[in-house]
Design a binder for this molecule. Structure first.
Ligand code: PHB
Ligand code: FE
Length: 329
């Protein structure tokens, strides 16, 4: 199917008694009240706390549906086919599948992105920042009160070569609105000294990744800080819970740069428990391509996510030409 073949009907309803609009995407219907987001489809219905729903929705929108599957929870989510997106309920949930109550709509990326972005904007009150840690934001709850467009449309850092190089993503400092986070007050702010040979000033660069991350205002939001062909370094600062359960379509390497994250690892397609991984500073893990995972970070921590962005990988894995694990021990 090509990207323009799906023609999913969409509609937006008038605000309800709490001030929030309802949204229809194919046979899915979304609505919210003071505490909850509700989703219905022909064979079922689902409810989520609206703060968790908006945190997941924020990432799905900002990351253009990410790699593979973004599960909002064990029922609702999206699967990226890079041009179209599957919006599903119960598709990766053994009980829904066995009862034949799951539902999937395949939607052009632009169509689902626009509806999700409109819903996120309408349902996010002025007091709530879906990218912030719970300690650093106000409430998502209550009747509609203002909006927070600046927070939900933040610039996403995607370096072309590397942060700090001429013309590329700039370093962060107090002056450009990036104070050191309260939990990283002890992180050195020293920058390396660079002595490039004359003529190579544009080719040689270096920056302190720890200082850079200590000034990140957001959580669970990998930034592309360096690029070598398909190899992307995507570090991020984490606090509280990863708001999605990520179903991989490729292996991912994790390097725990500081503090500690606890990972729940489940079978990607059924949700069966596979592992609990406790990563302490310095630990490295290879997450296989047939799992889904969700992280818990008790203190703000620094995590390096290393991705290979090649569009060929999902097919190489699903056809069995690539192993699901990137390394054998
Ligand atoms: C992941 O799914 O691998 C992931 C997503 C966001 C993060 C960290 C890891 O902040
Ligand atoms: Fe992941």
């Amino acid at each position: 199917m090509t990207a323009s073949d799906t023609h999913t009907p969409t509609s937006v309803q008038e605000p309800n008694e709490f001030g929030y609009r309802g949204y229809t995407l194919g046979e899915f219907q979304f609505s919210r009240d003071e505490y909850f987001a509700y989703v219905t489809w022909p064979t079922g219905r689902h409810v989520m706390s609206v703060d968790a729903f908006l945190r997941a929705m924020q990432r799905d929108v900002a990351w253009e549906f990410f790699y593979g599957i973004v599960n909002f929870d064990g029922v609702l989510g999206t699967m990226n086919h890079y041009g179209t997106v599957d919006l599903f309920a119960g598709r990766y949930n053994d009980a829904f599948r066995k009862a034949e109550l799951d539902h999937v709509e395949t939607i052009d990326t632009a169509t689902i992105r626009d509806v999700f972005a409109a819903m996120l904007a309408d349902w996010t009150n002025a007091s709530f920042d879906p990218f912030a840690s719970p300690e650093e934001t106000g409430s998502a709850f209550g009747p509609k009160k203002g909006e927070n467009i600046a927070a939900i449309t933040r610039h996403r850092v995607t370096a072309e070569r590397m942060v700090s190089l001429p013309g590329d993503e700039p370093l962060r400092d107090d002056g450009n609105g990036h104070p050191v986070n309260r939990m990283f007050a002890d992180v050195s702010q020293d920058e390396p000294e660079i002595y490039a040979e004359p003529g190579f000033e544009n080719e040689v660069g270096s920056f302190s990744l720890f200082a850079y991350l200590s000034r990140s205002p957001v959580t669970w939001n990998p930034s592309v800080v360096s690029v070598c062909r398909d190899s992307l370094y995507c570090p991020t600062t984490e606090e509280y819970i990863l708001p999605i359960i990520h179903g991989n379509d490729r292996a991912e390497w994790f390097v725990q740069l500081s503090d500690e994250i606890i990972w729940d690892v489940e079978d990607r397609d059924t949700g069966r428990k596979r592992a609990k991984v406790i990563m302490k500073a310095g630990d490295v893990a290879a997450m296989p391509s047939d799992i889904r995972h969700q992280g818990y970070s008790p203190k703000r921590s620094m995590l390096l996510v290393w991705e290979n962005a090649s569009l060929a990988i999902p097919e190489l894995i699903s056809s069995g030409k690539f192993p699901t694990q990137p390394v054998e021990f």
